[in-house]
Design a protein around this ligand. Structure first.
Ligand SMILES: CCCCCCCCCCCCCCCC(=O)OC[C@@H](O)COP(=O)(O)O
Length: 265
C-alpha cells in the first residue's frame, strides 16, 4: 500500500487525474472552439454500467480520436446532452477509461509516453510493425491486460488496428468479445482526418465539421455466435463494411456533397 491509490496497472490515480485535466484543458478548443464536434447518442453513455464496456470505433488519427472520446464520455457523464460545452466536466474525470493502442505508437516519443499514462493498454500488433507487414503470435499478456482493463472499467478499441479506412476488422476483437462478454458500444467518427495530421497532434485545418455518433450496444450471443459473425457485425456497426463504399443513390450523393462542403479546406 502506497500513499496513493493505484489502478490494477499500477498507475497512480491522482497523477492520471491531473494528466486528463491538463491534456483536456489544452485540447478542448480543438473540438469546441475553432472546430465544433457534432455529437450524437451521448445518452447511451449515461446508461452504461461502471465496467466491462468495450467501445469499438473506426480510426482516423492516432491520438485525437481517443482524446475526443475522453471529452465526450466525461461530458455525457456530467449531464451534458450531445455537447462538450464548458470543460468543467473534466475536473472529476472517470478514471477507469482505457484504450487499446499499438505499443510502437505509444513508445514513439515523449508525448505518447505521457499519454500512455492516461490509460493505454499497449499491445503488439500481430500483422504490422514499423511500417512493415509481419506475422507474429498474439501475446497472451496483451489479451489478459485487455481483460484486466475491462474488469476495471471501459475500454476503447479500434478493431481495424490502423487509421487506413476500410481495412478488415481484426479477429482478435471478436475473440476478446467472446471471452470477456463486454457490452459492445459502436462509435463512428468523421472529420478528424481532415482537421488533424495523421498523428492527431498538429492542426491541419480549422472549422472542419467533426462528428461522433455513439450507437446502441450490439446485441450479441457471446457463446453461440462465431467470431466471423461478430466481425461482420462490427464491420457494419462502425460503417467499415465494403458495401459502404458501393454506389450511392443520387440523393445520398447530394447529402454527402453537402456534408463535404462543410468539411472543405
Ligand atoms: C480529455 C483528454 C484526456 C487525455 C487523454 C489521453 C488520451 C491519449 C490518446 C492516445 C490514443 C492512442 C490510441 C491508439 C493509437 C494507435 O494504436 O493507432 C494505430 C497506429 O498506431 C497505427 O496506425 P497506422 O500507422 O495507421 O497503421
Amino acid at each position: 500500500m502506497g500513499l496513493f491509490k493505484r489502478n490494477p496497472f499500477g498507475h497512480i490515480l491522482f497523477l492520471k487525474k491531473w494528466l486528463i485535466r491538463i491534456m483536456g484543458a489544452m485540447s478542448h478548443r480543438r473540438f469546441r472552439g475553432f472546430n465544433e464536434l457534432q455529437i450524437e447518442g451521448s445518452e447511451i453513455i449515461k446508461n452504461l454500467p461502471e465496467n466491462n464496456v468495450l467501445f469499438i470505433s473506426n480510426h482516423q488519427t492516432y491520438f485525437a480520436d481517443v482524446v475526443a472520446m475522453f471529452h465526450v464520455f466525461n461530458a455525457s457523464l456530467s449531464g451534458r446532452g450531445d455537447s462538450i460545452k464548458n470543460v468543467g466536466y473534466l475536473w472529476n474525470p472517470k478514471l477507469n477509461i482505457y484504450y487499446v493502442a499499438a505499443k510502437e505508437t505509444m513508445k514513439s516519443g515523449l508525448l505518447p509516453k505521457i499519454l500512455a499514462y492516461a490509460g493505454s493498454v499497449s499491445i503488439e500488433r500481430t500483422w504490422r510493425a514499423a511500417g512493415q507487414d509481419v506475422n507474429r503470435q498474439v501475446r497472451m499478456s496483451d489479451i489478459t491486460n485487455i481483460g484486466t482493463a475491462l474488469n476495471d472499467g471501459w475500454v476503447i478499441t479500434f478493431p481495424q488496428g490502423t487509421t487506413t479506412p476500410f481495412k478488415p476488422i481484426r479477429k482478435g476483437t471478436a475473440h476478446i468479445i467472446k471471452r470477456y462478454k463486454p457490452i459492445v458500444v459502436p462509435i463512428v467518427i468523421d472529420g478528424f482526418r481532415r482537421s488533424f495530421d495523421k498523428k492527431g497532434l498538429r492542426i491541419k485545418k480549422k472549422n472542419i465539421l467533426q462528428s461522433m455518433e455513439i450507437k446502441e450496444p450490439l446485441v450479441i450471443d457471446y457463446d453461440n455466435e462465431s467470431t466471423e459473425d461478430i466481425v461482420k457485425k462490427i464491420e457494419f456497426a462502425i460503417e467499415q463494411h465494403p458495401s459502404f463504399l458501393k454506389v450511392l443513390t443520387p440523393q445520398q450523393i447530394k447529402e454527402q456533397e453537402e456534408l463535404n462542403k462543410l468539411r472543405e479546406w
